[in-house]
Design a protein around this ligand. Sequence first.
Ligand code: CMP
Length: 139
Amino acid sequence: AVERTLSIIKPDATRRNLTGKINARFEDGGLRIVAQKRIRLSREQAERFYAVHAERAFFKDLVEFMISGPVVVQVLEGENAIARNREIMGATNPANAAAGTIRKDFAESIEANSVHGSDAPETAAEEIRFFFSGLELVG
Ligand code: CMP
C-alpha cells in the first residue's frame, strides 16, 4: 500500500551539507518528498518528539544533539514507505548498518546518525501531524 512516513535529516547531516545527497537516496529508492522544511527544533519540541525515550539514559544527550543545529523535517511517500525508508536508512547504529545505506555511508555515531524515520504506521501519522498540517503535504 502507498504510505507516508516522517523523516528528519539530523544536525550532523545538515552541518556537513548532506541534505541533497540524502534526499537523492530517498528519491532513487522510490520515495517521493511530498513535504519538506528546514527548521530549528526548540528544546521543548525535541523533548516532546522523543518523549517515548524520556526514561532512556541517552535522552538528555539526544535532545541536546537535536537542538544543536538545523534539521530538515520531511514527509516521504511511496509503496510501503515506512519499511522502505528504514531499509534506505539502515540500522540505528551505523556500526550495524548494511552497505549502501545512509547511516553506513554518512552517520558519525549511534547518536549523530544523520536521519530519523518513523517505525510504524501509527507513529508515522503522529509524527507527520507533529510537524505538518494537511495543506503542506503535496503528493
Ligand atoms: P532515532 O531513530 O532518531 O530514534 C531515537 C534516537 O536516539 C536514535 O535514532 C539515535 O540517534 C538516538 N540514540 C542515542 N543512543 C542510542 C542508543 N543507545 N540506542 C538507541 N538510540 C540511541
